[in-house]
Ligand binder design. Structure first.
Ligand SMILES: [Zn+2]
Length: 207
């Protein structure tokens, strides 16, 4: 029905340029939130992360940062990392390399980050070879599928729990569509991981 893991050919690319999992033997995991910031979801995420006192990484859509600058500023003030998720959440498969590059750079006008997550995880070799000069690509080791209409909140939580491993990069969405499932699965996953002796860290380009 869907894949929790990224396609093998992404995992085969050099982690120097594209990260699916942080190479680590210790119990550390990386929460990531895509598609915000939006008032309907992001402040709730920030409250939960503050309650657990853990740091995460937000892959922000540039146009949402433009619209919700105050929420974006709270993300960084709270000590979380931010990454580029393009300005208009473009699919690389449907966009020419030039337009794609320009859209990613337009996002960068609103905030600077060396981290880039391609929307939908879709990009072409041409887009990859150009953008990897400026960014570290970050995919994931676990997609919770919180945005998927056919996936229950309980299944989202199971997807995250069952794929927890050292260096795991877990994707949730601070979006209106995923909100309900994410707000159920994310705190439950954090409690589970902390109980297993894991800690959470924000991503950085140098990993
Ligand atoms: Zn996205």
């Amino acid at each position: 029905m869907y894949a929790v893991r990224p396609p093998w050919f992404y995992r085969a690319l050099s982690p120097h340029y594209l990260l699916c999992r942080v190479p680590s033997e210790s119990k550390v995991a990386y929460l990531t939130f895509d598609d915000g910031p939006v008032p309907e979801a992001t402040p709730d995420v920030l409250d939960i992360l503050a309650r657990f006192n853990i740091k995460a990484t937000f892959f922000c859509v540039g146009d949402n940062v433009r619209k919700h600058k105050d929420i974006f500023e709270r993300i960084t003030a709270d000590g979380h990392a931010v990454g580029n998720h393009s300005f208009n959440h473009l699919s690389g498969w449907k966009t020419s390399p030039g337009s794609y590059y320009n859209n990613v750079m337009k996002c960068r006008e609103f905030f600077d980050s060396k981290l880039f997550r391609p929307p939908h995880g879709r990009f072409t070799p041409g887009q990859y070879f150009v953008l990897r000069n400026d960014f570290r690509f970050v995919l994931w080791s676990v997609l919770t599928m919180d945005y998927h209409h056919a996936v229950s909140p309980e299944q989202c939580l199971r997807n995250a729990r069952e794929n927890l491993e050292p260096g795991a990069i877990i994707v949730f969405h601070d979006s209106i569509k995923a909100r309900e499932k994410m707000l159920y699965a994310m705190p439950g996953f954090i409690e589970h991981a902390l109980g297993q002796g894991y800690r959470f860290e924000a991503l950085s380009a140098g990993m």
